[in-house]
Design a protein. Structure first.
Length: 254
Protein backbone atom coordinates (compact mmCIF):
# COMPACT_ATOMS: atom_id res chain seq x y z
CA UNK A 1 0.00 0.00 0.00
CA UNK A 2 1.40 3.38 -1.04
CA UNK A 3 0.18 5.14 2.09
CA UNK A 4 -1.79 4.32 5.23
CA UNK A 5 -2.96 7.86 5.85
CA UNK A 6 -6.65 8.18 4.89
CA UNK A 7 -6.42 11.71 3.49
CA UNK A 8 -3.58 10.68 1.15
CA UNK A 9 -5.59 7.83 -0.35
CA UNK A 10 -7.82 8.21 -3.41
CA UNK A 11 -11.45 7.14 -3.78
CA UNK A 12 -10.21 4.19 -5.81
CA UNK A 13 -7.73 3.24 -3.09
CA UNK A 14 -10.50 3.23 -0.47
CA UNK A 15 -12.75 1.08 -2.68
CA UNK A 16 -10.03 -1.56 -2.87
CA UNK A 17 -9.53 -1.86 0.89
CA UNK A 18 -10.47 -5.18 2.44
CA UNK A 19 -13.43 -5.12 4.82
CA UNK A 20 -11.09 -6.50 7.51
CA UNK A 21 -8.86 -3.45 7.22
CA UNK A 22 -8.52 -1.93 10.68
CA UNK A 23 -9.48 1.74 10.82
CA UNK A 24 -7.42 3.64 13.38
CA UNK A 25 -9.31 6.64 14.74
CA UNK A 26 -6.98 9.12 16.54
CA UNK A 27 -8.44 11.37 19.25
CA UNK A 28 -6.40 14.21 20.72
CA UNK A 29 -6.76 17.81 21.91
CA UNK A 30 -5.48 21.37 21.55
CA UNK A 31 -4.89 22.62 25.09
CA UNK A 32 -2.35 24.25 27.34
CA UNK A 33 0.57 22.12 28.51
CA UNK A 34 2.35 24.61 30.73
CA UNK A 35 4.97 27.18 29.73
CA UNK A 36 7.34 24.72 28.03
CA UNK A 37 5.12 22.58 25.76
CA UNK A 38 2.97 23.70 22.80
CA UNK A 39 -0.81 23.69 22.76
CA UNK A 40 -0.76 20.88 20.21
CA UNK A 41 1.24 18.47 22.39
CA UNK A 42 -1.42 15.73 22.44
CA UNK A 43 -1.93 15.94 18.68
CA UNK A 44 1.77 16.20 17.87
CA UNK A 45 2.71 13.17 19.94
CA UNK A 46 -0.05 10.98 18.51
CA UNK A 47 0.54 12.09 14.91
CA UNK A 48 4.29 11.52 15.13
CA UNK A 49 3.85 8.09 16.70
CA UNK A 50 1.31 7.04 14.06
CA UNK A 51 3.60 8.28 11.28
CA UNK A 52 6.41 6.16 12.67
CA UNK A 53 4.04 3.20 12.95
CA UNK A 54 3.06 3.60 9.30
CA UNK A 55 6.67 3.87 8.11
CA UNK A 56 7.69 0.81 10.12
CA UNK A 57 4.79 -1.18 8.65
CA UNK A 58 4.83 0.34 5.18
CA UNK A 59 4.17 -2.99 3.44
CA UNK A 60 1.29 -3.97 5.69
CA UNK A 61 -2.31 -3.79 4.45
CA UNK A 62 -3.76 -4.35 7.90
CA UNK A 63 -4.70 -0.76 8.80
CA UNK A 64 -5.28 2.81 7.69
CA UNK A 65 -5.30 5.97 9.83
CA UNK A 66 -8.16 8.47 9.81
CA UNK A 67 -7.55 12.21 10.33
CA UNK A 68 -6.81 13.13 13.92
CA UNK A 69 -9.85 14.50 15.76
CA UNK A 70 -7.64 17.13 17.33
CA UNK A 71 -10.07 19.65 18.78
CA UNK A 72 -11.58 17.77 21.68
CA UNK A 73 -13.19 18.29 25.06
CA UNK A 74 -10.73 20.25 27.19
CA UNK A 75 -12.93 22.39 29.41
CA UNK A 76 -10.76 21.59 32.45
CA UNK A 77 -8.05 23.75 30.82
CA UNK A 78 -10.35 26.54 29.60
CA UNK A 79 -8.98 29.14 32.03
CA UNK A 80 -5.59 28.92 30.29
CA UNK A 81 -5.04 30.93 27.10
CA UNK A 82 -4.95 29.04 23.81
CA UNK A 83 -7.01 26.03 24.84
CA UNK A 84 -9.58 25.03 22.21
CA UNK A 85 -12.51 23.03 23.54
CA UNK A 86 -15.93 21.76 22.53
CA UNK A 87 -18.83 21.19 24.92
CA UNK A 88 -18.75 17.53 25.95
CA UNK A 89 -22.24 16.69 24.67
CA UNK A 90 -21.60 18.42 21.34
CA UNK A 91 -18.24 16.69 21.02
CA UNK A 92 -19.72 13.25 21.62
CA UNK A 93 -22.54 13.87 19.15
CA UNK A 94 -20.10 15.14 16.52
CA UNK A 95 -17.84 12.09 16.91
CA UNK A 96 -20.80 9.73 16.58
CA UNK A 97 -22.18 11.53 13.51
CA UNK A 98 -18.76 11.71 11.88
CA UNK A 99 -17.89 8.07 12.50
CA UNK A 100 -21.31 6.81 11.39
CA UNK A 101 -20.16 7.69 7.85
CA UNK A 102 -17.39 5.13 8.07
CA UNK A 103 -19.20 2.54 10.16
CA UNK A 104 -22.00 2.47 7.59
CA UNK A 105 -19.54 1.48 4.83
CA UNK A 106 -17.83 -1.88 4.53
CA UNK A 107 -15.48 -1.59 7.50
CA UNK A 108 -16.04 -3.56 10.70
CA UNK A 109 -12.85 -3.21 12.77
CA UNK A 110 -11.88 -0.01 14.53
CA UNK A 111 -9.15 1.08 16.93
CA UNK A 112 -10.03 4.23 18.85
CA UNK A 113 -6.65 5.63 19.92
CA UNK A 114 -6.79 8.52 22.37
CA UNK A 115 -4.04 10.86 23.59
CA UNK A 116 -6.07 13.19 25.85
CA UNK A 117 -6.83 12.05 29.38
CA UNK A 118 -9.76 14.44 29.71
CA UNK A 119 -11.87 12.63 27.14
CA UNK A 120 -11.51 8.96 27.98
CA UNK A 121 -15.13 8.87 29.16
CA UNK A 122 -16.27 10.57 25.95
CA UNK A 123 -14.61 7.89 23.84
CA UNK A 124 -16.34 5.20 25.89
CA UNK A 125 -19.75 6.72 25.14
CA UNK A 126 -18.98 7.16 21.44
CA UNK A 127 -17.93 3.52 21.16
CA UNK A 128 -20.95 2.31 23.13
CA UNK A 129 -23.43 4.18 20.92
CA UNK A 130 -21.78 3.11 17.68
CA UNK A 131 -21.61 -0.52 18.78
CA UNK A 132 -25.33 -0.42 19.61
CA UNK A 133 -26.18 0.85 16.13
CA UNK A 134 -23.61 -1.19 14.17
CA UNK A 135 -23.77 -4.54 15.91
CA UNK A 136 -21.24 -6.27 13.65
CA UNK A 137 -18.60 -3.70 14.40
CA UNK A 138 -15.60 -4.57 16.54
CA UNK A 139 -14.27 -1.57 18.44
CA UNK A 140 -11.13 -1.48 20.56
CA UNK A 141 -10.59 1.57 22.78
CA UNK A 142 -7.04 2.47 23.79
CA UNK A 143 -5.51 5.38 25.68
CA UNK A 144 -1.86 5.32 24.67
CA UNK A 145 -0.68 6.96 27.91
CA UNK A 146 -2.00 3.95 29.89
CA UNK A 147 0.01 1.32 28.01
CA UNK A 148 2.12 -1.08 30.06
CA UNK A 149 5.90 -0.88 29.95
CA UNK A 150 6.38 2.84 30.53
CA UNK A 151 7.19 2.09 34.18
CA UNK A 152 10.55 0.78 32.97
CA UNK A 153 11.39 4.32 31.87
CA UNK A 154 9.36 6.64 34.11
CA UNK A 155 8.67 6.10 37.81
CA UNK A 156 5.27 4.74 38.81
CA UNK A 157 4.63 7.85 40.91
CA UNK A 158 5.29 10.18 37.99
CA UNK A 159 3.20 8.09 35.60
CA UNK A 160 0.29 7.88 38.03
CA UNK A 161 0.38 11.40 39.44
CA UNK A 162 2.28 13.46 36.85
CA UNK A 163 -0.08 13.15 33.95
CA UNK A 164 0.01 16.57 32.28
CA UNK A 165 3.13 18.21 30.93
CA UNK A 166 5.37 16.19 33.23
CA UNK A 167 8.31 13.90 32.57
CA UNK A 168 6.31 11.53 30.33
CA UNK A 169 4.92 14.00 27.79
CA UNK A 170 7.99 16.23 27.90
CA UNK A 171 10.28 13.29 27.12
CA UNK A 172 8.10 12.32 24.16
CA UNK A 173 8.12 15.87 22.85
CA UNK A 174 11.89 16.20 23.28
CA UNK A 175 12.29 13.14 21.07
CA UNK A 176 9.46 13.64 18.58
CA UNK A 177 9.35 17.44 18.18
CA UNK A 178 12.19 19.03 20.13
CA UNK A 179 12.11 22.28 18.16
CA UNK A 180 8.73 23.13 19.66
CA UNK A 181 9.79 22.55 23.27
CA UNK A 182 10.74 25.70 25.20
CA UNK A 183 13.63 24.05 26.98
CA UNK A 184 14.59 27.18 28.92
CA UNK A 185 11.09 27.22 30.45
CA UNK A 186 11.17 23.69 31.80
CA UNK A 187 10.73 24.07 35.55
CA UNK A 188 10.10 21.78 38.46
CA UNK A 189 6.47 20.85 38.79
CA UNK A 190 4.49 18.96 41.37
CA UNK A 191 2.59 15.70 41.31
CA UNK A 192 -1.15 15.53 41.85
CA UNK A 193 -2.19 15.86 45.53
CA UNK A 194 -3.39 12.24 45.24
CA UNK A 195 0.28 11.25 45.50
CA UNK A 196 0.35 11.53 49.29
CA UNK A 197 -3.36 11.58 50.07
CA UNK A 198 -4.95 8.77 52.05
CA UNK A 199 -8.45 10.11 51.53
CA UNK A 200 -11.08 8.06 49.75
CA UNK A 201 -11.95 11.02 47.53
CA UNK A 202 -9.29 12.15 45.09
CA UNK A 203 -8.67 13.76 41.72
CA UNK A 204 -7.92 10.50 39.91
CA UNK A 205 -8.98 7.89 42.47
CA UNK A 206 -11.92 5.54 42.11
CA UNK A 207 -14.02 8.11 43.99
CA UNK A 208 -13.37 11.27 42.00
CA UNK A 209 -13.63 14.96 42.79
CA UNK A 210 -14.50 16.96 39.69
CA UNK A 211 -11.70 19.42 39.00
CA UNK A 212 -10.30 22.07 36.74
CA UNK A 213 -6.56 22.24 36.15
CA UNK A 214 -6.06 25.37 38.25
CA UNK A 215 -7.43 23.44 41.25
CA UNK A 216 -4.30 21.29 41.08
CA UNK A 217 -1.69 23.47 39.38
CA UNK A 218 -1.52 27.22 38.85
CA UNK A 219 1.29 26.70 36.32
CA UNK A 220 -0.80 24.30 34.25
CA UNK A 221 1.37 21.21 34.53
CA UNK A 222 0.84 18.19 36.76
CA UNK A 223 4.14 16.36 37.17
CA UNK A 224 7.82 17.16 37.10
CA UNK A 225 9.41 17.58 33.64
CA UNK A 226 12.94 18.24 34.95
CA UNK A 227 14.03 14.63 34.44
CA UNK A 228 12.68 14.40 30.90
CA UNK A 229 15.06 13.51 28.08
CA UNK A 230 15.01 12.67 24.34
CA UNK A 231 16.37 9.20 25.15
CA UNK A 232 13.46 8.47 27.45
CA UNK A 233 11.15 9.80 24.75
CA UNK A 234 12.62 7.42 22.20
CA UNK A 235 12.20 4.47 24.56
CA UNK A 236 8.61 5.47 25.33
CA UNK A 237 7.87 5.79 21.62
CA UNK A 238 9.18 2.30 20.90
CA UNK A 239 6.98 0.85 23.65
CA UNK A 240 3.96 2.72 22.29
CA UNK A 241 4.49 1.55 18.70
CA UNK A 242 5.10 -2.02 19.82
CA UNK A 243 1.88 -2.01 21.85
CA UNK A 244 -0.16 -0.61 18.95
CA UNK A 245 1.29 -3.33 16.71
CA UNK A 246 0.19 -5.97 19.21
CA UNK A 247 -3.30 -4.46 19.36
CA UNK A 248 -3.55 -4.53 15.56
CA UNK A 249 -2.37 -8.15 15.46
CA UNK A 250 -4.95 -9.22 18.05
CA UNK A 251 -7.75 -7.16 16.49
CA UNK A 252 -7.02 -8.69 13.10
CA UNK A 253 -7.85 -12.14 14.54
CA UNK A 254 -11.16 -11.09 16.10
Amino acid sequence: MRTKIWINLTTEDISKLNRNTIIIVPFSAIEQHGPHLPLGTDKIILDKILNKLCKKNNKSKDFVVLPNLSVGSSSEHSSFEGTLSVNSLNYINFCINYLENIFSKKFDKFLFLNSHGGQTSHMEIVAKELKTKFKKSIIVKANYFLFSGYEKIISINELSHGYHGGEFETSLMLYLDKENVRINKIKKGHLSPDYKSKNVIGYEKDVKLQWNTENISKMGIIGNPLNASPLKGEQLTKITISTIEKIIKELKLL
